[in-house]
Design a protein. Structure first.
Ligand SMILES: Nc1ncnc2c1ncn2[C@@H]1O[C@H](COP(=O)(O)OP(=O)(O)O)[C@@H](O)[C@H]1O
Ligand SMILES: [Mg+2]
Length: 227
């Protein structure tokens, strides 16, 4: 099967004044369609940097990265954002919902940037909200929802463009353990519906929900196991 993500000897160096800090030091990674993977490591190990590369929010300093068969290195910002919009949905630790928009408007947000209109856009949004049990709150502002509910709305928003790949960077970092487990169940449900899911976490209990656990330490992958 063609990998959805293929990284070969990917490195990422950040410049800080005169210093160059190598944060990713040769990552080889293959993600095939349908996987549910967790990237685990301590704070500062390079998880978010790796996730940003996987999601084309940033590009490697060197190495190869193919997303859905396309070489990412060398693409300009515009082409990167087209690639992102076509393939990837993002979920972050801070939910980043717009406070003055309703739940439904928040879920509809990604569709505003699409070049081609999708059919039945609003129906799809309502259907997603029904799937996560928040249909009755769709006209609420986000601040009337709990943290877990807000994260579920953010997952709906990430699903709106029907991405092949769902990326979640510490999605449960602000949630208590029971709510965190619900969020992981929801991501598992999206995986069952055919999405490839990659979750970043420093929490072994969270990583255990995934089918594959990739451990990163000081910018290198040190270990892999089935979840
Ligand atoms: N834009 C940046 N500029 C300089 N250093 C950065 C930048 N982004 C991340 N780093 C550094 O890279 C290391 C890894 O960061 P990060 O990928 O955010 O780790 P994690 O998500 O595992 O906590 C940290 O030492 C961090 O300070
Ligand atoms: Mg991080």
């Amino acid at each position: 099967m063609t990998p959805l993500c293929l990284m070969e000897d990917v490195r990422k160096t950040f410049r800080m004044g005169d210093d160059a800090v190598e944060v990713l030091k040769g990552i080889d990674l293959e993600i095939i369609p349908g996987e549910f993977a967790a990237i685990m490591g301590t704070s500062g190990s390079g998880k978010s940097t790796l996730m940003n590369l996987i999601g084309c929010l940033d590009v490697p300093t060197s190495g190869r990265y193919l997303l859905a068969g396309r070489e990412v290195l060398g693409l300009q910002d515009d082409d990167l954002s087209v690639l992102r919009n076509a393939h990837i949905g993002f979920v972050f630790q801070s939910f980043y919902l717009l406070p003055y928009a309703t739940v439904l408007e928040n879920v509809l947000l990604p569709t505003l940037y699409r070049e081609s209109a999708m059919d039945h856009t609003e129906e799809r949004a309502v259907e997603l909200l029904r799937l996560i049990g928040l249909e009755a709150r769709m006209h609420f502002r986000p601040n009337r929802l709990s943290g877990g509910e807000q994260q579920r709305v953010a997952i709906c928003r990430a699903m709106m463009n029907d991405p092949e790949l769902l990326l979640a960077d510490e999605p449960t970092g602000q949630l208590d353990s029971k709510t965190a487990a619900e969020i992981m169940n929801l991501l598992a449900k999206m995986n069952e519906r055919g999405k490839t899911v990659i979750v970043v976490t420093h929490d072994p209990a969270i990583a255990a929900s995934a089918k594959r656990i990739i451990r990163i330490k000081d910018g290198v992958i040190v270990d892999e196991q089935a979840g």
